[in-house]
Design a protein around this ligand. Structure first.
Ligand SMILES: C[S@@+](CC[C@H](N)C(=O)[O-])C[C@H]1O[C@@H](n2cnc3c(N)ncnc32)[C@H](O)[C@@H]1O
Length: 203
């Protein structure tokens, strides 16, 4: 099975983005603490750390890619684009499946614009529908088909409303993959708090 993750331009763009995210991580550590203030709305919190990638790691990206390839998923919805690292894994998988689309959502406009640039550099932008604004609103707009896989990686308090919004559009067998959960059904995140990943199947 050939994978566009391993070849140019996707491999190069992922290398560049992970290197940039790593350089930035030390700089951002203090800001991430500020952003945890409970009085802030999710938009205010994420706006304070708008330069932060907060990306999935490579093993988890490879898992997302493999789930989409092995199930033949065509319509994939992502909650939480950031700068598009996870979106690259999702879009590469959909394209390697032969057809389909990733619908991804981000409420920080500058991040969505950078994600679009990154997906364009990776040659994958034509497989992605970028929805800018609060996902609760943007993902309520029509989808191109029934959802095969939903990836939750935005504000944790909004996972349930997003799930309830999309549930009527999920195919039987739709996979729901969540990052930053307290329930590490499957984890590549070591023993860090909130670093578990959960995978559920819609019956
Ligand atoms: C953990 S980061 C996503 C990381 C990305 N999936 C990756 O692996 O590269 C979470 C992102 O979700 C966005 N976000 C959080 N709540 C949102 C909402 N209600 N609507 C749209 N975007 C949201 C934040 O601005 C942030 O960029």
């Amino acid at each position: 099975m050939s994978s566009s993750l391993l070849t140019a331009p996707v491999a190069q763009v992922l290398d560049d983005l992970f290197a940039d995210a790593e350089r930035q991580q030390a700089k951002m550590a203090g800001n991430l603490k500020v952003a945890q203030e409970e009085s802030l709305t999710p938009f205010e919190r994420f706006s304070r750390i708008k330069d932060s990638y907060m990306p999935i790691d490579r093993p988890f990206g490879n898992l997302l890619y493999s789930l989409i390839r092995s199930t033949g998923a065509r319509t994939v919805v992502e909650f939480g684009t950031s700068f598009g690292i996870s979106t690259i894994y999702l879009a590469a998988a959909v394209r390697d499946n032969g057809a389909g689309q990733v619908i991804t959502s981000e409420f920080i406009e500058e991040k969505a614009a950078k994600a679009k640039d990154n997906l364009t550099r990776a040659g994958l932008a034509d497989c992605v529908d970028f929805r800018v604004g609060d996902a609760i609103e943007t993902l309520a707009q029509p989808l191109p088909g029934s959802v095969d896989l939903l990836f939750l990686d935005g504000d944790k308090g909004t996972y349930l409303p997003i799930l309830q919004l999309l549930e009527p559009h999920m195919k039987p067998g739709c996979l729901v993959v969540s990052d930053n959960t307290d329930l590490p059904v499957l984890t590549t995140g070591g023993d860090k708090p909130n670093s578990g990943h959960e995978i559920s199947l819609r019956s």
